[in-house]
Design a protein around this ligand. Structure first.
Ligand SMILES: O=C(O)C[C@@](O)(CF)CCOP(=O)(O)OP(=O)(O)O
Length: 324
């Protein structure tokens, strides 16, 4: 008997204090807590149905058949939880403009965790859904909630999960993704963070700095202090990228256009338009600003970047994961 078809929608999140290194590779336990903002405009819809007639899992992304090794490893966890041997048909659609290069594993694994567990009749708590999503991709554990979310590192599968800090945001925050043409082969975050943990001489300083950034950022969120929030986020991102530059072999995610975007943001800030940048495991630069300054900032960014390169998202209250 086929299970019901279940569809879940989960949104991408952008870390303001980064997760960049694991304590446990298999269980995906991080070295430090991280803190992110879930965005409302970029999300993944995933439909799952388990079917006794299937002899292997099937996975399509935006209509294209995909390799299933990672998905099967993840679905095995759900099958074990539900004591099921059934294989599944998984159909995912990323609602992120194709060239964006923002299609994050976070929204994908969070949506799969909800749709897959529900299809097998499991009704997981948000905490257990976050723990499950974490096993697919660490940052996915944060996409269970909207708004500001903290991933408590913990030290075991039971204790490592995300908690909502402020879900129903009454703060008009915007994120402008400046999409840089990605010519180089991107180093996947899993490989990149493994290299830095084992070879960067600054790694222990990073863990200490991230703990300090995290408590200062929580204070800034409580005070709704945008200046502090921006400074901490920008500084933490640059510390993360300093790990890559100091690794052996060293690597970096910057392209010429990344630096151009960063310098432009610094120039706008110098002219009194408050905005800050963050970067993840790719060349795209994400600009954080408040709604009141969005139009002026977009006008100035549009003088240097094309309209397709500038994607605006909000940290809307409606960004929590949901079954649709
Ligand atoms: O999101 C952040 O905190 C920062 C990053 O985005 C990179 F800058 C890390 C994302 O890592 P992820 O893809 O979750 O790794 P996985 O656990 O090896 O799958």
């Amino acid at each position: 008997m086929k299970t019901p078809k279940v569809t879940a929608r989960a949104h991408t999140n952008i870390a303001l204090v980064k997760y960049w290194g694991k304590e446990d590779e298999e269980l995906i336990i991080p070295q430090n807590n991280s803190l992110s903002l879930t965005l409302d405009h970029f999300y993944t819809d995933t439909t799952v149905q388990f079917d006794p007639d299937l002899t292997a899992d099937q996975f399509t992304l935006n209509g294209q058949a995909q390799e299933t090794t990672k998905i099967t490893k993840f679905l095995d966890i759900i099958r074990q939880m539900a004591s099921s041997q059934l294989f599944a048909r998984v159909e995912s659609t990323n609602h992120v403009p194709t060239m964006a290069g923002l299609a994050s594993s976070a929204s994908a694994y969070a949506a799969l965790a909800l749709a897959g567990s529900k299809a097998l009749g499991l009704d997981l708590s948000s905490k257990d859904l976050s723990r499950l999503a974490r096993r697919g991709s660490g940052s996915a554990c944060r996409s269970i909630y909207g708004g500001f979310v903290e991933w408590k590192k913990g030290d075991s599968d039971q204790t490592s999960y995300a908690v909502p800090l402020v879900e129903n945001l009454d703060w008009d925050l915007k994120m402008i993704a400046i999409v840089v043409n990605d010519k180089q082969k991107k180093i996947a975050s899993r490989a990149g963070m493994q290299t830095v943990v084992h070879t960067s001489p600054y790694y222990s300083a990073w863990v200490k700095r991230s703990k300090e950034d995290l408590s200062a950022l929580k204070e800034a969120i409580k005070e709704k202090d945008f200046t502090q929030l921006g400074k901490i986020a920008e500084g933490n991102a640059m510390c993360m990228h300093a790990l890559n530059l100091s690794a052996t072999p060293h690597f970096n995610y910057f392209e010429a256009e990344s630096l151009k975007a960063m310098q432009l943001v610094e120039r706008l800030r110098g002219q009194g338009l408050e905005c800050y940048y963050t970067m993840d495991a790719g060349p795209n630069v994400k600009v954080i600003c408040q709604g009141k300054d969005l139009e002026a900032i977009m006008d100035l960014l549009s003088q240097e970047f094309s309209a397709e390169q500038l994607l605006v998202a909000s940290a809307g209250p409606g960004a929590r994961i949901l079954e649709i």
